[in-house]
Design a protein around this ligand. Sequence first.
Ligand code: NAP
Length: 493
Amino acid sequence: MLELAEPRLLRKAAFIGGSWSGGLTEIDVHNPADAELIASVPDVGASGAMAAIDAAEDALPRWTLLTARERARLLRRWYDLITRHKEDLARLLTIEQGKPLSESRAEVDYAAAYIEWFSEEARRIDGDVLPPHVEGKRLFVFKKSVGIVAAITPWNFPLAMITRKVGPALAAGCTMVLKPSELTPLSALALAWLGEEAGLPAGVFNVVTGIAGPIGEVLTRDSRVRKFTFTGSTDVGKSLAAECMKTVKRVSLELGGNAPFIVFDDASLEAAVDGAIASKFRNAGQTCVCPNRLLIQAGIYDQFAATLADRVSRLRLGSGLERDTEIGPLIDDRAVAKAERHIADAIARGGRLLTGGSRPNRAGSFFLPTVIADVPKDALLCREETFAPVAGLVRFGTEAEAISLANATSSGLASYLFTSDASRIWRLSDVLESGMVGVNTGSISTEIAPFGGIKESGFGREGSRYGIGEYLNLKFICLDVRAETPVDACGPA
Ligand code: NAP
């Protein structure tokens, strides 16, 4: 049952041009813990997406011309409201996405931190004065907003995946049309309402809800959209990016991962097991940076496997709203079926089930947290992103073997490394093919650092002082100062 201290946070309409709008049909939003209907939101379709781009276009000139300080103040007000409504936002997030309430609270903080960070960065968008290449020239670099941004975000972090995009976009002077996942639109709409309350002008931030295909077609094809930012699976990202190239939009892609989690014999067993629990089992294994392959050196393998299996078997499964729940449901039955397929494949190839391995005896899309030992490197668990609370352990002997196993993937989002050998830390951090490396920790995400991948995990960075550059074009101005002013009057160049 969804009870909110501020009931107006539950929005059942899309947000276009500052108005709460309906659609021709509706889509239902269900609680994955019990399949109960929470609310219905409109499917705005292609015409709604077009109306949202119109609104973003109307709002753009005024928004871009505000001073950075004015934009920063509005973002800061938005941040304050998000934190003020943290408890309600966390409940809404848990009920539509499934994660435990404690994790939802952490996500609200994390999401809000991006708005706060970029409210501060808004005032630091400066330019450059370059040394001229010839006498009498002055060279300047300005940073200009890219214009209208379209964003598509997934269901696994229904708030944070949005604020990482809208924070820098608005700070840079862009306007935005967002399409959240149809599985978790309610958090996005609550965020939009808080933006409205904070005083964001109409059309600056628009949220269109509905079936992805037709909306995505408009957002990727319309030539007024100058930047497309996507977080989601690699296959969908590739095809949407290809569409964007027809109008040569700037594109950022935050795509799937297949993170290696490497534990050497000299690692602290306790830190490694804590790290595995924190990163593999958070959000029931449904995070893009979660370890997909646990590569464990032979000398520590048996002890690590036994300790991890023991800890995992004691994780408390339940609805995210229940007290003490550590593992919530998966997002839907398709996700459960994928976990089952990966486990059956690993066992058929010689894997040993240490704990879990099946659905529990309760309704909802739950899956028991699972550990499988002796998973061969050609198993689906190693080749595909599992996105479930399933840890597959692979044994290795030498450092060279670990590197080769870790890099044997087309993904390159995150890697994790546990060792007490200082030179090995630097050697491996250098050669691991990923955008981010966690050393002796399973928790790496923060608004302060650049988040993003290499290889088929995408390009572009979110968060940090680098993140705002994704929403800015460089403009170079070359000024000839000789016509009016004699060169010698300028003094030394
Ligand atoms: P997904 O199926 O690719 O969906 C992501 C978003 O794309 C959703 O909003 C979805 O809408 C939309 N979408 C799907 N097909 C579309 C189409 N044909 N046209 C336009 N939009 C379309 O991925 P997901 O299952 O939601 O998310 C999990 C994936 O995201 C994993 O691979 C995970 O690793 C990745 N991820 C990456 C990062 C990162 O920072 N690198 C962060 C989080 C997640 P609907 O849901 O409404 O269909």
